[in-house]
Design a protein around this ligand. Structure first.
Ligand code: SF4
Ligand code: SF4
Length: 104
């Protein structure tokens, strides 16, 4: 989730495991992602809670996918969320899973 179009989508927040280097957590120096909303994957990686199980849905996601959504930690979201660009392959795969039209 990274732009205005995402506010009517949220599919990628409810499709993939959102994992990232543990150093992005706020318990690490300079980290920002709230640790309480993440869980350990291994010694080096963490993921957003709710994204490593089925059905997938990040705990930080509010609203209804495909209609109106909000990331409750938008300013502090981890790098995969910054990197998920509308219209990218990952974006469109998630949208198709949710029955949403691909973005060109
Ligand atoms: S799937 Fe694409 S459009 Fe939807 S929230 Fe993610 S990046 Fe935005
Ligand atoms: S942290 Fe925010 S942008 Fe990232 S997956 Fe969760 S709800 Fe989506």
């Amino acid at each position: 989730m990274s732009s205005n179009v995402c506010q009517q989508c949220g599919a990628c927040c409810a499709a993939y495991r959102v994992s990232f280097y543990w150093g992005e957590l706020d318990e690490a120096p300079g980290g920002k992602v709230p640790s309480t909303l993440a869980e350990k994957v291994n010694d080096h990686m963490a993921c957003m809670r709710g994204t490593d199980c089925a059905p997938v849905r990040c705990v930080a996601l509010g609203g209804k996918v495909g209609e109106s959504v909000k990331c409750h930690i938008y300013e502090w979201r981890p790098s995969p969320c910054h990197e998920m660009i509308p219209g990218s392959d990952g974006c469109n795969r998630a949208r198709v899973r949710w029955g949403l039209a691909e973005i060109e």
